[in-house]
Design a protein around this ligand. Structure first.
Ligand code: COA
Length: 321
């Protein structure tokens, strides 16, 4: 039996930091309100001209370095993003060109904040069936490009960053299961209303994120709660089997609700949202990389990864690290 196992992790945040106090100067808000409602303290914003693939390349190279692999050893790239550099080629291919690992499949998936979970699930299947040996899975975003900086309900949340993992084929179990879902009836709850076919620009449709925050919050909590139950049930495990929850870093209060559902103390939850806000598809691999590098997550630990985003789309994975 072949499994896929995480053999390397990496992440990257752009240099420029925007604190809650900086945001107080842009919109009618306060550091106290933002921290109280979201847990966010600061976020990173890509420099002018710095793209999603620029951020991804840093994260990918770090992940490969930690795996002890050369870029040309990668034979599969799955890239989650909602903020691609170009209409085409897709970000996976652009990254492949930068890294110089030619020939294998490279593509991006645009499932908003669950983009990394979708990419991970697809890559896992390819490694398990023997068609890929070393897969690079990336989540990278420049959400600042589609944020309306005059809208206080969204400007406080979204930001930029990248994370990556390398999956290797292994006889030992690594990724135990992945679970993907979507429900298109919620398309108007969280979306960016412009696009190639629909058109861009002020006279067409809005080129920025629109969100019904309180509804997103409620559905996210219920849906992720069910996703966590589904993941444990699929593996015949009790909540006590989880060593670490590595959640989508959207909002501290959503994360706390899921931790309660798992009966996990917050010390067993990887929390990075305070430092970078909601980086969408990048958030889970950024959190994972941080906890691996600071030594909290160790080989053999049981991890539950989950994310939820616009669509709605959501996904979870049970991983023996
Ligand atoms: N600063 C200060 N006040 C703000 C504000 C801000 N940045 N944004 C909204 N408010 C105000 C509202 O205008 C409203 O004022 P009113 O009572 O006078 O009408 C009040 O705060 C409450 O607004 P509400 O939207 O009900 O707040 P909330 O408690 O739901 O918190 C969010 C707003 C966005 C923080 C919260 O809904 C949330 O986190 N939702 C999930 C968003 C998310 O994670 N999206 C991504 C999913 S992948």
């Amino acid at each position: 039996m072949i499994y896929s196992r995480i053999v390397g992790t990496g992440s990257h945040l752009p240099e420029k930091v925007l604190t809650n106090f900086d945001l107080e100067k842009l919109v009618d808000t306060s550091d106290a309100w933002i921290r109280d409602r979201t847990g966010i303290e600061r976020r990173h914003i890509a420099a002018e001209g710095e793209t999603t693939v620029d951020l991804a390349e840093h994260a990918a190279r770090r992940a490969l370095e930690s795996a002890g692999l050369r870029p040309d050893e990668v034979d599969f790239i799955a890239f989650g993003t909602t903020t691609p550099d170009l209409v085409f080629p897709n970000c996976g291919v652009l990254l492949q060109g930068r890294l110089g690992c030619r020939g294998g499949p490279a593509f991006s998936v645009e499932t908003a904040c669950s983009g990394f979970m979708y990419a991970l699930s697809i890559a896992d299947k390819y490694v398990r069936c023997g068609e890929a040996k070393r897969a690079l899975v990336v989540g990278s975003e420049t959400l600042s490009r589609i944020t309306d900086w005059s809208d206080r309900s969204t400007a406080i949340l979204f930001a930029d960053g990248a994370g990556a993992v390398v999956l290797g084929a292994s006889e030992e179990p690594g990724i135990l299961s992945t679970h993907l879902h979507a429900d298109g009836q919620y398309k108007d709850m969280l979306y960016c209303g412009s696009g190639v076919s629909k058109g861009f620009g002020p006279d067409k449709v809005k080129l920025s994120i629109s969100m019904v925050g309180s509804e997103v919050f409620k559905v996210a909590v219920t849906t992720l709660g069910k996703a966590v139950d589904e993941t444990l049930a699929a593996n015949g495990l009790d909540r006590s089997a989880i060593d670490w929850l590595v959640p989508h870093q959207a909002n501290l209060r959503i994360i706390q609700a899921i931790a309660r559902r798992l009966d996990l103390p917050m010390e067993r939850v990887i929390l990075t949202v305070q430092d970078h806000g909601n980086t969408s598809a990048a958030s889970v691999p950024i959190a994972l990389d941080r906890a691996v590098r600071d030594g909290r997550i160790k080989r053999g630990d049981m991890l539950l990864l989950e994310a939820f985003g616009g669509g709605f789309t959501w996904g979870s994975a049970l991983v023996k690290y």
